[in-house]
Design a binder for this molecule. Structure first.
Ligand code: UDP
Length: 192
């Protein structure tokens, strides 16, 4: 996809309807994929933190998750077609994953939210294999990363808030050639 730079963060100039099949193809083909859904807070944080800014440039796709990003692109006279949010992308990938019998691993949110997801996910996405569920309040990544490596899930979703969720992905995405995406507070929303 062509990209539009907003404060030197390259956003994909596309729609969710065009992006999703590309992500699905990459999952099917075991292509290592890092998706960032960036809101204005993330762009401002990257503007002030060079390591995080560098990290964003290692993502395969950065989508505009907020009208503030669309407004910025419009001012630059390079409009982006629409918002592509973390929650909508997560839900679309889980629905597709259920239909096509894919597997997903979930890291993040409070233990009670993870307990709720363990019950809700199989009901809502019956064809999806839940490769693993782990809350986001851990001090050592090692055991979780070893488990992800052992399970080789098609998709890994991190809900640790930024910058943690993207830092986790950058550090560990090499352990399985699937799709990795930080989803902010989306597990809380999924859990209801
Ligand atoms: N979270 C976590 N571990 C942490 C900090 C936050 O798992 O050390 C979770 C938190 O429970 C919530 C999610 O990260 O489910 C997103 O948090 P927040 O809404 O603060 O982040 P944002 O959506 O603004 O990125």
């Amino acid at each position: 996809f062509p990209t539009v730079n907003v404060l030197d963060v390259p956003f994909v100039k596309t729609t969710a309807a065009e992006l999703l099949p590309v992500l699905q193809d990459r999952i099917i083909n075991h292509t290592n994929t890092f998706v960032v859904t960036a809101n204005p807070e993330i762009v401002m944080y990257a503007h002030n933190h060079s390591a995080y800014h560098g990290l964003l440039h290692t993502a395969d796709f950065i989508t505009p998750d907020g009208v503030g990003i669309l407004d910025g692109a419009k001012i630059l006279k390079q409009p982006l077609p629409e918002r592509i949010t973390g929650y909508d992308t997560l839900e679309a990938l889980l629905s597709w994953g259920s239909e096509s019998h894919r597997s997903a691993y979930f890291v993040g949110a409070k233990p009670a939210v993870i307990d709720a997801l363990a019950k809700i996910l199989p009901e809502r996405f019956p064809g999806l294999t839940i490769a693993g569920l782990h809350d986001g309040y851990f001090t050592d990544d090692t055991a979780i990363v070893q488990d992800i490596q052992a399970k080789q899930p098609d998709m890994v979703f991190t809900a640790l808030g930024f910058p943690k969720q993207e830092e986790f992905i950058q550090a560990h995405r090499h352990v399985t050639n699937g799709l990795w995406m930080g989803v902010g507070g989306s597990f809380d929303v999924l859990a209801g």
